[in-house]
Design a protein. Sequence first.
Length: 423
Amino acid sequence: AGQGTPSGYRILNEADLRNHLAGTPAVAARLGGPAERWSITEVGDGNLNLVFIVKGSSGGLAVKQALPYVRLVGESWPLPLSRAHFEHLALTHQGRLAPGLVPAIVHHDHALALTAMELLEPHIIMRKGLVAGTIYPAFVDHITTFMARTLFFSSDLALSAAEKKEAIASFAGNHALCKITEDLIFTDPYRIAEQNRWTTPWLDAAAADIRADLDLHVAISRLKLKFLSSAETLIHGDLHTGSIMVTDAETKVIDPEFGFYGPMGFDVGAVLANLLMAYFASAGHEQSPGDRAAFESWVLSTVDQVWSEFARKFVALWRSEATGDAYPSSLFPGEAGAARLERERQVYVARLFQDAVGFAAAKIIRRILGLAHNIDFELIEDTRLRATCEARALRLARTLMVETASFTSIEAVTKAARELRHW
Ligand code: SR1
Ligand code: MG
């Protein structure tokens, strides 16, 4: 399932999409009114897919269609349409595990590699909000619930060995998307690669240092091995702030097309990394000094809380919902067994923290020296200032990745970030 190009696939333009949706009763009913009156606009600004906003007289939809190539690069880089199948599978699964924290699916068409979802309004992409210096008070609670529940309930702590192996198999075909991560995050930024780029000459020396840094090459290779081999749970696989839509009160995680059974710390690290990049980029965006200070203080306290609340919720689930084959309760009888298992939970979470710190560092380096960048830094017009912000983030990332073991708490990470803020 989910492999190859389905017969019947074609890249839709707005008129084709109108016909397709009009022929799908559940969708037509949701949009309301005559199909000729629906407004349809392609708005995709991501790296891979088409995204249409469709509005009718009684409702709206976001419709995502996979292209048979990487949109960012063009037809020279083919990419399987099966990613739409894996995204649909992951989104359905996450919707069950974390209700209300992902968009509702209204329609999926396998042949067209197309999924229609509830239109999230007035939500915006979180990254855009962060660039504007906006504070999201509900974010910590929502994202930590999403991560704790999706990562816990898809792991051996909650599933039987048979269920887990079936689940791994159902995502095993998503290897082309994994390969993007393996190359763009874990390999290319550390070597000369055609697709690498950085946007100012001020970073030439920093990029050369990273290409020559063998301690860093060992550290990124260990992380790559973990990504390749550690099928801990179903991860989102691309959980950056461009994959999160927000309002003051709501958080929705979108775009799990990179989903597969991988290391938990990859998702947690992605969230931490993107908040840390927002922190370092803040110096380059227009804001009053008071607002900037308040935003930066909120971002760092959010980094602290994302980790601590995630860890608290994850361990609480382990205490109350451990239906999996790992850590059989028969091996931990009585009070002594319970106390020993509780200590082991803390050991597990400490190891997970180390993974998250390493992966966070990898995510920062790839966004500054690899192919795919983010607007946090890219929208800083003053190139010298942009390079300064990026260099601070790179320096933190190098330390986090090479000296991971010395970061034994999230406060140590935010302290290091704060110290580099004026470097
Ligand atoms: C070629 S795809 C580049 C990046 O876009 C996605 O959002 C993933 O982060 C991927 O690595
Ligand atoms: Mg995406």
